[in-house]
Design a protein around this ligand. Structure first.
Ligand SMILES: Nc1ncnc2c1ncn2[C@@H]1O[C@H](COP(=O)(O)OP(=O)(O)O)[C@@H](O)[C@H]1O
Ligand SMILES: [Mg+2]
Length: 202
């Protein structure tokens, strides 16, 4: 932990693709870089984060370098599988885990086994912190009652902060930058990411 209290090693993990792992890993690393030094560890063999950040100031480490990165904050973007050796290694070595889920109960239930794996690691290492985070909730809409009920079945807390569906996240990816680089039009997106970072502090 740094003085600011945000996790030193943060793993963004889900067994499914398309839930927003890379999006959140990139944006959170960019937000953490404003609090100290931060690097992104791209553990996904597809290398989406590496491609994304080709033109951004944020350092990206791949392969063995992803494990050795020296910085106040390291964010690991994982492949879409809990069984993948890199995901397993991240889970064993991280201070905190974020599991991005789409705001649908079906999508949430697909994460059940992953949540069990995280709970098992927490049984071994009680200091490990972990949360679900809702991604791509429609702007100005609330979570459905069904989603609230499904969330209550899980032994992992969901962050109160949610990340809304915003075109600016795609724009950032296309331009190879973070929402912090996009000025006033990205203000709401920056606020989403800041709220996630703030809530992860103990
Ligand atoms: N909050 C969001 N708002 C809008 N688009 C998003 C958001 N989160 C992710 N996306 C888009 O959804 C797609 C999948 O996201 P990505 O981060 O690549 O998921 P994963 O890494 O889990 O496969 C990408 O096209 C990304 O730009
Ligand atoms: Mg990805």
């Amino acid at each position: 932990m740094t003085a600011k209290g945000a996790p030193r090693r943060l793993t963004v993990l889900n067994a499914k693709g398309g839930t927003g792992k890379t999006t959140l890993a990139v944006q959170l690393a960019a937000g953490l870089a404003r609090r100290g030094s931060a690097v992104l560890g791209d553990l996904d063999p597809q290398g989406s984060a590496t491609q994304w950040l080709r033109s951004a100031a944020l350092p990206v480490h791949v392969g063995e370098d992803a494990w050795r990165a020296q910085a106040d904050h390291v964010v690991w973007d994982c492949p879409p599988s809990v069984e993948h050796p890199a995901a397993q290694r991240a889970l064993r070595n991280t201070d905190a885990v974020l599991v991005p889920v789409l705001p649908s109960p079906l999508d949430l239930w697909a994460s059940w086994r992953l949540v069990e794996a995280i709970r098992a690691e927490q049984a071994r290492r009680p200091a490990l912190r972990a949360w679900l985070v809702i991604n791509q909730l429609e702007p100005d809409s609330a979570l459905s009652t069904a989603m609230h009920e499904a969330l209550r079945e899980f032994e992992l807390p969901a962050l109160r902060a949610v990340v809304r569906r915003r075109a600016i996240y795609r724009t950032a990816a296309l331009q190879g930058v973070s929402v912090y680089d996009l000025g006033p039009r990205a203000q709401a997106a920056v606020a989403d990411i800041e709220a996630v970072i703030e809530e992860m502090q103990p």
